[in-house]
Design a protein around this ligand. Structure first.
Ligand code: GLN
Length: 547
């Protein structure tokens, strides 16, 4: 049976609960323990798959095909443990399960209530797979006091009571605001948020206090006294230049020690932090810089492409260069020549996306990269746009486009070089889809195998002819254009194992031009950069040497 750490937040949102949980996971691993991280989200969507990246940031996809919260990306990047569908759950999912059971008759004769039916469902979810690890870290989204979060807080209260003493602890994140006028850090909001927790029966064991200024010993003592935690369990969390400094920074201020103490694990196993020392060394000793233009639609919110930004950073770490990624709104290229915008970059990345807006601009970015021999990485929609560009400008299909845009517009305007996928093989069965199907959870999702062409650039990069990568798409490049495009020098260098679905394309006569139908960014880690990102940044570095 695992030990459980519940992570909650108070005072304000966006304190970095996800990162703190991930960093704690990494530190427990460094002490030789196995971990799994889990996110409980109070919103009513069944999963974030249908939410706009503007609102919720990126949707992180797991190997087993769940569309989940972006915090799961942090968990994976810090621990290397592949997240599963059961590591992300929302109120929507919980209620939907409860209501399904009610209809099925599982609770016959009973009145269905938040306590115990909803809270039981949450507790069941929390404990899934607990036998597999030493520690289960469960983060609760939102802040204490939110109405919709209450069933989750109540569930963890009950959970702690039902488990043997000492098997569960609560770590609460707060903020210490700084008042410049009086030159003071204020502890009152923290006191209030702990009071709020205690009013629903929860007493934190560890308090992590975000602060822009050093927290004096006196204030730590005061927080400990008023919030009923031990002084060495008041952990300061200062701003960091890079998120990858978090494990070492938290270790230095005693977070992992405080957690082990709270569980009475003594003596605490010595940590091996070599991995994180190397990560910091690579971050801080970069030689030179490359600039990468990310031509996309969701450019206002950095979180919309979180994993891509991180994977580029990892690619930089692999090459000991700093990667400066800059977002450019694709729509600009629908009005203006891309050249003046793109000339200063050593590489161009077109990320995934949905809907027609901005796509003509992405097609022009792909054209610029092909013609000017600038390294190009097209991910999902970015691959589809590269193929449409090729079909239009060298393949003789002048009106090439994607069915996605025709469906959206309700009119037939394009020759569908990219079509709506109606059938594909998953394991040993065939999945079927129709155009009018529900939108939630119906894409081609999760890990699928691909077979690479011997001698292709990607085969060299992966050092393997069989790969598996995570997918999230509804549309697909039509294989029937393969011959025409291969005649022009575009190689379909990765295919689904049945040979029906193009997974990777690359231009032969180009220093580095690769489009992938999957999302390699989801599997990149700072200590294990994804080979495609590592090689993409290497190619960009080579360009920067030439200029
Ligand atoms: N909208 C495209 C599709 O559904 C691309 C999806 C993506 O980029 N993730 O196929």
């Amino acid at each position: 049976m695992a030990r459980f750490v519940f992570i909650t937040g108070g005072v304000v949102s966006s304190l970095g609960k996800g990162l703190t949980s991930a960093a704690l996971g990494a530190l427990l691993q460094a002490r030789g323990f196995t971990v799994r991280l889990r996110k409980l989200d109070p919103y009513l969507n069944v999963d974030p798959g249908t939410m706009s990246p503007f609102e919720h940031g990126e949707v992180f996809v797991t190997d087993d095909g769940a569309e989940t919260d972006l915090d799961l990306g942090h968990y994976e990047r810090f621990t290397g443990v592949a997240a599963r569908a059961t590591d992300s759950v929302s109120s929507g999912r919980i209620y939907s399960n409860v209501l399904e059971k009610e209809r099925r008759g599982d609770y016959l004769g009973k009145t269905i209530q938040v306590i115990p039916h909803v809270t039981n469902e949450i507790k069941d979810w929390i404990s899934i797979g607990e036998d597999e690890v030493d520690f289960m870290l469960c983060e609760i989204g939102g802040t204490v006091g939110d109405i919709e979060g209450l069933p989750f807080f109540e569930a963890i209260r009950q959970f702690g009571q039902e488990r043997p003493r000492g098997d569960c602890i609560l770590m609460h994140l707060t903020l210490l605001p700084y008042l410049a006028a009086s030159g003071e850090l204020k502890t009152k909001p923290t006191q209030h948020s702990v009071k709020e927790l205690r009013s629903i029966g929860l007493q934190p064991d560890i308090l992590v206090c975000r602060s822009e200024h050093e927290i004096p010993e006196k204030e730590r003592g005061k927080i400990a006294l008023f919030c009923n935690v031990r002084p060495d369990s008041v952990i300061p969390a200062y701003d960091l230049k890079s998120i990858y400094e978090a494990p070492m920074a938290y270790h230095k201020v005693g977070l992992d020690q405080a957690v082990l103490d709270a569980f009475n694990i003594s003596p605490a196993p010595k940590p091996n932090l070599d991995r994180w020392i190397d990560v910091e060394d690579r971050l801080h000793h970069a030689e030179g810089e490359v600039r990468v233009a990310i031509v996309g639609k969701y450019t206002q919110l950095e979180d919309a492409y979180k994993s891509i930004a991180e994977a580029l950073t990892h690619g930089g770490m692999a090459n000991r260069v700093k990667v400066k990624s800059e977002w450019i709104d694709a729509e600009i290229f629908e009005r203006e020549d891309p050249a003046p915008y793109l000339e200063g970059y050593q590489a161009i990345l077109v990320p995934g996306g949905f809907g027609e807006r901005g796509t003509e601009g992405k097609i022009r970015a792909a054209q610029f990269a092909r013609e000017h021999k600038v390294p190009y990485l097209g991910i999902c929609l970015g691959m589809q746009m590269a193929v449409i560009e090729a079909a239009r400008n060298v393949g003789g299909v002048k009106d090439a486009g994607s069915e996605e845009f025709d469906h959206e517009a309700g009119a037939k305007r394009f020759t569908p070089v990219v079509y709506h996928l109606k059938e594909w093989v998953q394991g040993n069965h065939t999945v079927s889809r129709k155009v009018g199907d529900d939108k939630g959870g119906t894409m081609r999702l999760g890990a699928y195998d691909a077979a690479l062409t011997e001698g292709s650039r990607v085969a060299g990069i992966y050092g393997n002819l069989a790969i598996d990568e995570r997918h999230r798409h509804r549309y697909e490049v039509d294989i029937k254009y393969r011959d025409a495009l291969e005649e022009q020098g575009m190689c379909f260098s990765g295919m689904s194992p049945d040979g029906r679905l193009p997974e990777i394309v690359e231009w032969k006569d180009h220093p580095w031009f690769i489009g992938v139908q999957f999302h390699p960014e989801l599997k990149s880690k700072p200590f294990e950069p994804h080979p495609l990102f590592a090689d993409f940044v290497r190619a960009a570095k080579d360009v920067s040497r030439l200029v």
